[in-house]
Design a protein around this ligand. Structure first.
Ligand code: NAP
Length: 322
């Protein structure tokens, strides 16, 4: 009988994923759904593991790799892998896989939810009614900004960014984007034009950030960038919090440029009720739920399980991070 390789899973995942893992591997896991694994449990958990299935809340650094002498495959249930020390993996020849594509449309939907909610003051309006302060209708009550027919600028127009742009066509928007280099497919398929970052910021009515967190993008948006934006513009970040210098965003929103922001990600997560962003009326915040639909989370977990099994059995998977 074939020996099943030992693997460690840092959270209990939806059943279809656990079933795939159990069929092919000897599985140990941190048996909680809501709370991340404590560091010492993680270090203990990986000790005998040949495979590790982890989440964005787990810091997989040189210490974890050193604690896992048999490790040869890491599978993250996410598309972003900025919490993983890739150099430490590479030094040991450990393969990393992620879960792109399956979460693209769900995350683009949330970017749009934040964009529309921030532009049309949806949460502010809800809170006003909740407080019992909805007085008689008047012409300037809760006026917001139009999105239809305006200019949409996406920073990081990859899978999710392109899905955000595609939705912009339905809103009659002019589409522009910024990547490290122009992508001719975007002009051909979406009619989206390339712009250097500063030009995009100056020209857009809505800026949506969907670039990965890297050494290059960390702190990419601060006072200097916000000062370039239009006074009536909306800023949306569904990428990673550290792309934005948060204290500078708070100051910029207080000064009214950008006019409003929709944020799903933050510098240090989770944030609490005393966070300075929550003192501002012109923000809409969500707790890092970009990919959080029922179907998408099951797809992500299943794909992460399939990726790990494939690597451990020497089979090909298109989701190896290069
Ligand atoms: P992707 O297909 O790799 O797209 C990333 C894009 O960013 C690429 O087009 C890339 O183009 C561009 N880019 C990379 N470095 C850049 C830089 N320095 N300046 C400007 N553009 C840059 O990835 P994806 O699947 O769309 O995911 C994007 C990110 O979204 C993930 O890394 C993750 O952090 C985040 N995300 C968040 C959630 C959430 O829950 N909020 C959910 C899913 C994903 P070039 O290579 O040409 O520069």
């Amino acid at each position: 009988m074939k020996i099943k390789p030992p693997i460690f899973v840092t959270r209990r995942l939806p059943d279809p994923a656990m079933a795939i893992l159990a069929e092919h591997c000897t599985v140990s896991w941190w048996d909680q759904v809501e709370m991340p694994i404590p560091r010492d449990e993680l270090l203990r958990g990986v000790a005998a593991a040949e495979g590790l299935l982890c989440l964005i809340t787990d810091r997989i650094d040189a210490e974890v790799i050193a604690a896992a002498p048999r490790l040869c495959a890491v599978s993250i249930m996410a598309v972003g892998y900025d919490n993983i020390d890739r150099a430490a993996l590479a030094a040991r020849g450990i393969t990393l896989t992620n879960t792109p594509d399956v979460l693209t449309e769900t995350t683009a939907d949330l970017a749009w939810a934040l964009l529309l909610a921030a532009a049309r003051r949806v949460v502010e309006g809800h809170k006003l009614i909740e407080r019992g302060e909805w007085g008689p209708w008047h012409p300037l009550q809760m006026v917001g900004q139009d999105i239809y027919g305006r200019v949409l600028g996406v920073v990081g127009a990859g899978r999710i960014g392109q899905a955000v742009l595609r939705r912009g066509r339905g809103f009659g928007m002019r589409l522009i984007y910024h990547n490290r280099r122009p992508n001719p497919i975007l002009a051909a398929e979406l009619g989206a034009e390339y712009r250097p970052l500063n030009d995009l910021l100056a020209e857009s009515d809505a800026v949506v950030v969907t670039a990965p967190l890297t050494d290059e993008t960390r702190g990419m948006f601060g006072s200097a960038q916000f000062a370039l934006m239009k006074p009536a513009s909306i800023f949306v970040n569904v990428a990673r919090g550290p792309l934005v210098r948060e204290d500078e965003l708070v100051a910029a929103l207080r000064a009214g440029r950008p006019w409003a922001a929709g944020l799903d990600v933050f510098d240090r997560e989770p944030i609490g009720p005393d966070h300075p962003l929550l003192a501002l009326p012109n923000v809409v915040l969500t707790p890092h739920i970009g990919s959080a639909s029922v179907a998408t989370r099951v797809r992500m977990a299943t794909l992460a399980a399939e990726n790990l099994v494939a690597v451990l059995s020497g089979r090909a998977t298109p989701h190896i991070v290069k």
